[in-house]
Design a protein around this ligand. Structure first.
Ligand SMILES: NC(=O)c1ccc[n+]([C@@H]2O[C@H](COP(=O)([O-])OP(=O)(O)OC[C@H]3O[C@@H](n4cnc5c(N)ncnc54)[C@H](O)[C@@H]3O)[C@@H](O)[C@H]2O)c1
Length: 359
């Protein structure tokens, strides 16, 4: 029996709605498998600002560091859009959380579910057989580099953002990518812009060095501009796509189109050991918040990943995934997937079917 102690940060908008559905599923899972749940619920983002706190309150961060496993909904929304820089929910909560917990490896899958293939905007022939994972470096590069403005009051002001990567930063994310490829189809595609950028030339050299320890894994390099096309036209050729922070940000959003809906894609942001943060790839969706329309599957799958990667509970994670699979095949879904159920009804259906006969 395991005690599953984690930090729950529902955040804003639909974050709380999909979060409650996932907690419902986790409760059903621990009951089924004989574990206990010890949830540390804290504020983050706009909800924290409204309570008179920073976007990432000290107690939320302390809990995250203590438990080492975080389930996050989403942060942000129009109510806080007037705020600047690190006062904003997104900049003031997500970036420091990633940096403070050293969550340097972000993983997002792209594997269109057979029941959703016809919902994606691409032709079936480009989607069938696609099953890859993007391994994005998350704590370095241009998002964390020095930034500023020169001559802001002149008639021609300029601004800059510095992109910097060290060999050790590139090596550790490369090792994660090659380790993951070994468990999958044994292929790493490293994406850079080495025809132009010095950081990309270092990236490529370090990836080549790491690859020498993985002779059983194939390595190819692609330029990021070419990759935006290859991902859509020959997605089935990829296994693990390894890339830096900003390229990964852009490519993972492009990859989500292959899956038919934002509402079904989980993500994990990992550090060394079992430290990890798990969240859906979508945002707080203010346009549908509070209406019971949000699809909870990405959040529920994120919770399954937390069980697998931070608590090593493979059977429990697989049981949740099997129930999600059954919900998709049987059409127990929210409106974005053509169903008529509410967020909590989908959560309840999956909770009722975890660990049961879903064949
Ligand atoms: N990690 C995060 O917390 C995160 C990520 C992205 C955006 N955001 C923030 O979220 C806010 C809204 O951003 P956005 O509108 O660009 O992106 P979004 O992902 O919130 O929404 C984009 C579109 O997808 C729909 N959608 C998203 N998730 C859905 C779900 N689970 N079920 C059904 N439909 C869903 C929305 O209704 C919307 O039409 C912004 O403040 C943004 O900064 C936060």
């Amino acid at each position: 029996m395991a005690n599953i102690n984690f930090t729950y940060l529902p955040g804003d908008g639909i974050g709380t709605e999909v979060g409650e559905a996932a907690i419902n599923v986790l409760n059903a899972t621990v009951n089924k498998f004989g574990h206990t749940l010890d949830i540390e619920r804290h504020l983050i983002g706009g909800a924290a600002i409204d309570a008179g706190m920073k976007p990432l309150p000290d107690e939320s961060l302390a809990s995250a560091k203590k438990t080492g496993a975080i389930l996050l909904g989403a942060v942000g929304g129009p109510k806080w859009d007037h705020l600047k820089g690190s006062d904003r929910p997104e900049l003031g909560a997500l970036l420091p959380l990633r940096k403070e917990l050293n969550l340097y490896a972000n993983i997002r899958p792209a594997a269109p579910h057979p029941a959703l293939i016809d919902r994606a905007p691409l032709k079936r022939e480009f989607l069938e057989g696609v099953d890859f994972v993007v391994m994005r470096e998350l704590t370095g590069g241009i998002y964390f580099g020095k930034k500023g403005k020169d001559n802001p009051n002149s008639n021609n002001p300029s601004a800059y953002d510095e992109c910097r990567y060290s060999e050790s930063e590139i090596r550790r994310i490369s090792i994660k990518a090659f380790d993951l490829a070994r468990l999958r189809k044994k292929k790493v595609t490293s994406v850079d812009k080495s025809n132009v950028l010095e950081t990309s030339r270092l990236w490529r050299a370090v990836v080549e060095k790491v690859a020498k320890d993985y002779e059983d894994v194939d390595l190819e390099h692609l330029l990021v501009d070419a990759m935006t096309m290859h991902m859509l036209t020959r997605g089935k050729d990829f296994d693990v796509i390894l890339t830096e922070n900003m390229f990964g940000d852009i490519l993972t959003d492009e990859a989500s189109v292959l899956c038919g809906s934002m509402g079904v894609i989980p993500s994990a942001s990992l550090s060394d050991g079992t430290m990890g943060m798990y969240e859906p790839i979508h945002g707080s969706a203010p346009d549908i918040a509070g209406q019971g329309k949000a699809n909870p599957l990405a959040m529920i799958l994120s919770a399954a990943w937390m069980l697998r990667l931070s608590f090593k509970l493979e059977n429990e994670a697989a049981a949740i995934e099997a129930a999600v699979d059954a919900a998709l095949y049987d059409g127990h879904t929210t409106g974005d997937l053509g169903g008529s159920m509410t967020t909590s009804e989908v959560g309840q259906w999956i909770a009722d079917h975890v660990g049961g006969d879903v064949s």
